[in-house]
Design a protein around this ligand. Structure first.
Ligand code: SAM
Ligand code: SF4
Length: 329
């Protein structure tokens, strides 16, 4: 392994890469992707599986240990389980996970598990079919089928990500806790972020401060402050008398930039060093110009050196024009 490691200018060790395999999606969550949105990357710009494998091998040599496949919706990219297996086989990469909306999970859960995906995060904002339709345009039933298939395939943990939105699903937080207790899922609440026009509108119209959600839940459940191995930015609590953990992801009310350990690789081969800032480096031109492995590693180090100290969602909410689905959530 390269002994330089990946440490950014603020001393944070970057050991985690979120790999977006597509910017497309089979849902249209209104806070993420505008309805009728068509401005997708053309296939010629998508990194091929060989290119993704090459880039992630370089990250692995530089000390990256954890990889998450995401998107857009990663399961709309044909052959995803094959890519998972290839990344899982890379030296140094010892934790492979997936973020999905679970619409296609019932079909692919077993192949993903066989490919080495161990942990899975599923977006689920509501348990009511009509609210699901309103938020995502899709069918709740498919997601629930996908979740049950994930359970049978043995992923552990299975985490539910719920974006809490005022006037839409903020009355369902208790029901979602009950659902997760029943199925043994970890639950994470997320604050809306002003990513792109849609994210900004959702943030302006429906933002809920999760500190308040936590106080409300404490009226009903005994929450013990806790930790979750590999827990990332969420602050966790355990529901007393159960194994269930609840995480609060609070990019707006309590940012967690000082412990940020990640960068994102988008489908067009750009390394984005922060969700809430533009600092990025395009790898694709270098890859397609035939750069050597040493040059690729140098480019990655160059990107890490660009990582800003923190996001500016609060100071400059108008700043991020990219939708979450473009960067890779
Ligand atoms: N399609 C997959 C999914 O939905 O899990 C993976 C990609 S999605 C962009 C990753 C996460 O980003 C989801 O949990 C989603 O709820 C979250 N997300 C998207 N736009 C957001 C926004 N404006 N604010 C907060 N979270 C957002
Ligand atoms: Fe698709 Fe995930 Fe964005 Fe929803 S949050 S539109 S499922 S990429």
């Amino acid at each position: 392994m390269n002994d330089r490691g990946l440490t950014d200018p603020f001393g944070r060790k970057i050991e985690y890469v979120r790999v977006s395999v597509t910017d497309r999606c089979d849902l249209r969550c209104f806070y993420c992707m505008p309805e009728g949105f068509r401005d997708f990357e053309v296939p010629e710009h998508w990194l091929t599986f060989d290119e993704v494998e090459r880039v992630m091998a370089a990250f692995g040599r530089l000390g990256t240990r954890r990889v998450r496949l995401t998107g857009g919706e990663p399961l709309v990219r044909h052959g995803l389980p094959e890519l998972a297996a290839r990344l899982n086989a890379l030296p140094g990469i010892d934790d492979l996970s997936l973020s999905t909306n679970a619409v296609r999970l019932a079909k692919h859960a077993d192949a993903l598990a066989a490919g080495g995906v161990e942990r899975i995060n599923v977006s689920l904002d509501t348990l009511r079919p009509e609210v699901f339709k309103r938020v995502t345009g899709g069918k709740l039933e498919k997601v629930l089928d996908g979740l049950m298939a994930a359970k049978r395939a043995g992923f552990d943990p299975i985490k539910i990500n719920m974006v809490v939105m005022g006037g839409i699903n903020d009355n369902e937080v208790g029901d979602m806790v009950d659902f997760c207790i029943e199925h043994g899922f970890t639950l994470r609440f997320i604050e809306t972020m002003p990513m792109g026009d849609t994210g900004r509108e959702a943030n302006e119209g429906h933002y809920v401060n999760l500190q308040e959600v936590r106080r409300d839940l404490e009226q009903r459940f005994d929450l013990i402050p806790g930790v979750m191995p590999g827990g990332g930015p969420a602050r966790y609590a355990q529901v007393a008398g159960t194994d269930i953990r609840i995480g609060f992801i609070t990019p707006i009310s309590q940012h967690f930039c000082d412990t940020c350990n990640r960068v994102r690789l988008s489908v067009d081969g750009t390394i984005h060093t922060c969700l809430g800032n533009e600092h990025s480096l395009a790898l694709r031109p270098r890859l397609r110009d035939g750069c050597s492995d040493a040059e690729l590693e140098e480019a990655i180090l160059e990107a890490i050196a660009l990582k800003p100290e923190r996001h500016e969602f609060n100071e400059r909410p108008e700043k991020i024009m990219r939708f979450m689905s473009m960067t890779g959530g």
